[in-house]
Design a protein. Structure first.
Length: 111
């Protein structure tokens, strides 16, 4: 039962007895769970949603930039191969051969 008398001091105010292990405790647990679910839905919709979209845009931009850099690197390597001095050409040919051998080994086609 709840004390309905008005106390003179707030420290003397009697709190209603709550049965935490009974039906009232279950209601409190459900209310807490509903609050947590609502808070998580809010955070997911308004905080992490825009962050994920910005990450996706940034990743797409970086992938595009990486493709451009790889194409440009290939162009520059080709120019160096054909127009560079003989020792550079020989070193590049050695590196390309080693790269091909390594790629074949990784694919499982070599010894």
């Amino acid at each position: 039962m709840m004390n309905t008398s008005i106390p003179g001091n707030l420290a003397e105010a009697a709190l209603p007895e709550i049965d935490y292990l009974g039906a009232q405790g279950g209601s409190l647990a459900l209310a807490f769970a509903a609050g947590c679910a609502a808070c998580w839905a809010f955070i997911k919709a308004f905080v992490t949603g825009p962050i994920n979209k910005s990450y996706e845009k940034r990743i797409a931009a970086l992938e595009e930039q990486n493709d451009r850099c790889e194409a440009r690197t290939l162009q520059l390597e080709t120019l160096l191969f054909y127009h560079g001095p003989g020792n550079l050409r020989q070193a590049m040919q050695t590196a390309l051969s080693e790269e091909r051998i390594e790629r074949i080994r990784q694919e499982g086609g070599g010894a």
